[in-house]
Design a protein around this ligand. Structure first.
Ligand SMILES: [Zn+2]
Length: 158
């Protein structure tokens, strides 16, 4: 870990704590060169996680793609979307890791699962963004208000 104050590569861990619900580790570190103290977070990356599309093809999870699709759904507040999109995408990534870990080895997360996970996280954050995302992803093809349940279809983008 590189010191954020002097860029020295030698730091010492003072304290370390695992997150109760998420695969995250918080660490308090001290730099052995300048003596300053800073915090680091260790988290697994989804970069190696394969996402299967409806044609059965697998592609690596791409947090950039996900961040952009969340940003594009957040256009009613573009400035706020710049700050929030990546943070939300990281929340989705952690949820994907948890869900994936609870599945059987050959039961891969597919693009439909990913859209569904993203939609449910966006709903907790902002209903309007969630709805916009669902429409853009084809997750909700038509909103049928008289029954109160939207119809759902498969889509390969997330
Ligand atoms: Zn330092």
């Amino acid at each position: 870990m590189i010191c954020i104050y002097c860029l020295s590569q030698k730091t010492r861990v003072l304290n370390s704590r695992a997150h109760r619900k998420n695969p995250l580790v918080w660490r308090r570190r001290t730099c052995t060169s300048c003596g300053k103290i800073f915090t680091s977070y260790e988290r697994p990356s989804c970069d190696d996680l394969l996402i299967e599309n409806s044609h059965g093809e697998s592609n690596r999870f791409n947090i950039g793609t996900l961040t952009i699709s969340i940003y594009l759904a957040s256009q009613h507040n573009k400035k706020q979307a710049l700050y929030d999109s990546f943070y939300i995408a990281q929340t989705v990534e952690l949820e994907v890791i948890k869900i994936s870990a609870n599945r059987l080895p050959n039961d891969h997360i597919n693009t439909y699962d990913l859209v569904k996970i993203t939609y449910s996280i966006l709903r907790r954050f902002d209903e309007a963004i969630a709805m916009q995302y669902a429409i853009q992803q084809g997750y909700i093809s038509s909103i049928k208000r008289q029954r109160g349940r939207p119809s759902i279809q498969k889509n390969d983008n997330y």
